[in-house]
Design a protein around this ligand. Structure first.
Ligand code: AKG
Ligand code: FE2
Length: 187
């Protein structure tokens, strides 16, 4: 699916994919530990070695109209993935305000996606984010969405639930979650 041009593009993509797989593995281990669980818990819950990595290329053309600050590239949303890896230059919502996640050379952003929020029964929050447009410059972003195979059943982890902490989310197949999200049907 990867085009032959630009030359070297395929190689660069394969190399970065290798690093990404390792990084995501580390992140999921740390996130599991943060919940007081076995390191492999979240990774196993999102499909283990079958976790899907989807690279999406976004192109935002310049917006040479009055008040580009009022136009949005992508409206506010959370990602339905487990986690998303991308380079910062978007806005995230925290404590009732939008903040610029400034570009820091060599840094990446890791979004918690909906599936990790569900598995953690709300202990981790799927980040609400959006993108803006620029008057003169086009902008591109290359987020990688990491999500479970469609048949994977995702719900709050039983280890995290008790009489005091009942399930806050439904348990369902990822493909059914994605269908509802994409079609704006309540989960
Ligand atoms: O363009 C970006 O930086 C992020 C895009 C985004 O949030 C998405 O594609 O889900
Ligand atoms: Fe997003």
């Amino acid at each position: 699916m990867w085009p032959k041009n630009p030359a070297g593009g395929l190689h660069a993509n394969e190399e970065s994919a290798k690093h990404l797989v390792g990084l995501v593995d580390k992140m999921l281990r740390s996130l599991s530990k943060g919940l007081g669980l076995e390191e492999a818990t979240l990774r196993d819950a999102v499909g283990g070695g079958d976790l899907v990595f989807l690279l999406k290329i976004n192109y935002y053309s310049p917006w040479p109209r009055p008040r580009p600050d009022l136009a949005l590239g992508v409206v506010a949303h959370t990602d339905m993935s487990a986690i998303t890896i991308l380079v910062p230059s978007l806005q995230v919502f925290k404590d009732g305000h939008w903040f610029d996640a400034k570009y820091v050379p060599d840094a990446i952003i890791v979004h918690i996606g909906d599936q990790i929020e569900i598995l953690s029964n709300g202990d981790y929050k799927s980040v609400l984010h959006r993108t803006t447009v620029n008057k003169e410059k086009a902008r591109m972003s290359w987020p990688v969405f990491c999500y479970p195979p469609g048949e994977t059943v995702v719900g709050p982890l039983p280890q995290l639930m008790s009489d005091d902490a009942p399930a806050k989310y439904k348990t369902k197949k990822y493909k059914d979650y994605a269908y509802c999200k994409l079609n704006k049907i309540p989960q």
